[in-house]
Ligand binder design. Sequence first.
Ligand code: PLP
Length: 745
Amino acid sequence: MSDFLQELSHLETKDKDVVTLYNEISELAMRECVKRIAAKEQRNAYYLSMEFLIGRSFYNNLMELGVLEETKRILAEKGVDINVFEEIEDAALGNGGLGRLAACFMDSAAALGLPLYGYGIRFRYGLFRQRIEDGFQKEYPDNWQRFGDPWSIRREEEAREIKFADYTALAVPYDVPIIGKRVNCLRLYQAEGCAEAEKISEYLYPADDTEEGKLLRLRQEYFFSAAAIGELVDRHAKLYGNHFESFPKYNTIQLNDTHPVLAIAELVRLLTANYRVSVPKAVEIAKQTFNYTNHTVLPEALECWREELVRKILPDIADILLKLVSLQKRELKRTALSPAQCADLVFYDKGVFSMAKLAIWCSSAINGVAALHTEILKKTLFATAYSVYPEKFQNKTNGVTKRRWLMLNNPELSALIDGAIGTTWREARADHSALKGKVTLLEDDFIAVKREKRRQLFAYIEEREGVKIPEHFLVYAQVKRLHEYKRQFMTALAILEIYDLIKSGAVTDFRPSLFLFGAKSAPSYVRAKGIIKFINEIAKLINGDEQVNKLLRVVFVQNYDVSYAEKIVAGTDVSLQVSTAGLEASGTGNMKFMMNGAVTCGTLDGANIEIVEHAGKENNYIFGATVDEIARISDSYDPNALLAEKPLHKKAVESLIDGTLSDGGTGCFAELYNALTQGASWHEPDNYFVLYDLESYVNTLLAINRESGEQKTFARKQLYNVASSSFFSSDRTIMDYAENIWHIS
Ligand SMILES: *Cc1c(COP(=O)(O)O)cnc(C)c1O
């Protein structure tokens, strides 16, 4: 490593701007990374994902190379503060949890020394940059490459052609080294060729409300899946000749959600067209090669493709898919299943292909991402498949990398842990639960760490948002994609109620608190954008109220991304994880907060359940309806009856329409009001049970506020969460994938 540090110490820094310096230092470090890229093993695992939400690479890579501290020192000697590189924005090649999970998995596999290779798309523009203007979300293109891209290497010589009916695109790989005990690669393909071809890798999730948009999405999915499969097939032929029975012996492929499922059809297409493998044989090979992770039970997210659409741009793939359908039907006929069961399993119906059903049929292992989610898959969504192939189903509770989400973002807390139990917990897979025994001794130190992280967070918020928060404020945070099922709306209503209770004097002794939001809404998701406006209007009302703003503040940060998340999870006291039970598959934000010592205020949903199992119910705050309760009441649930009974709810809800808050004449508040009280053709009134859980939510938020006054007791609860968070390290998750699905070491 001394090569890098030596070159760094000779680097001329005078008169260079931040972007130039960033690129020069990154390039020096990159030389070191490239030298260390491991040769591929005989058997490798491949992770195909539409998204990789890596975040900022600079600090993380220097940390992984073991030179972060030295670099900081050398730069300081030259008069350069290492923090200046924070103005280089992150590449956001993902939307949220699913993409961030892929990034955590890549990190953990490298740390554990496992041969895992990622495949995805090198989008020209990542997820939009968000600004809040007059309380509304505004979207701007995320031109991340304007800072350069020193952390990837273009491999022009390995480009391959991807054929569509109307043109051929060139898939040019860019390799991003993933540094750990082993240096693996994430390979992102950029589409080149004609102007049409270039569009394929232009935007992450282009709008798909038009046929044109849908075709583009389909092209993207096929583009990277086919590029990856083409590469693996060529490699196999080169190393092992035309013996494709052994393909699954050397290759295991994880499909991250349904986006890459066309990889199955592409493998069958290549083997049958180029290597004279029969379709049934090729399907056998596919079944042994692929594995599928489901990430959501929301029906709108389970991808289906119309045959006609597939045929338009991928006629060969459409033919292959139909051949697979016949084969599947023949296979099912030989079983004792009822016609209804068969119909439920076949991945083609009325001219539409179901990607999830194809994945289920052609995978060795199918997994959900938290214990509850996997149970829900088995019992409801994939019940028939589970009854037929119980052996395929596994649970793999998500995790987050402790390197980025504890060691890098919270060196102060990491040092506290070092002091208490030594430094071996930092190694991959190692555990820090020995901290549990020291919690009482460390109350004061932990309080000091939290105070410092809160101070850093508030300074950053002041710089970015221009609002100053007094340092003693307790922080409740809800940061995640904006979606109705995540119920930011419920938090907004709860805040309005608490505001009312303080203002009327019904609640006294309220500990000053900040409610912090960060969330992007899909550009076309009108109702979610209405919720953003609603939160911002509440913020305006409360922050501007001199009588209350010494006790209560609301801030909605702009452009929530990985770098913002790193700061927010460290400075937060209370993690708000309040999805409607049964709808958040796992969540990973909840784990980052836990790892940094926030208590969870949440519903019994996703991984929250496992969080309280590990850290204790007494150290967290669980409220609201369970999955069973929701199933029981959902038919008879009447939000209007509830509103009639609860004047506090009524007042909060009516602020949407009584002139208390203004939606700037857009009508979006009336629409939110109607969503709660009237519903629409596509959903029931209060479809997400916001009003049902609201009272217990407000009471829980108030209880936390009261208990947080017992500073030491509260700090113990927080620290106990830190001590219990080892299970939620993605090192544990990846070991489980490696041992029980991938069989790699
Ligand atoms: C972790 C993370 C998410 C996922 O958050 P959830 O609360 O699990 O939905 C989304 N976006 C970013 C930037 C993250 O870091």
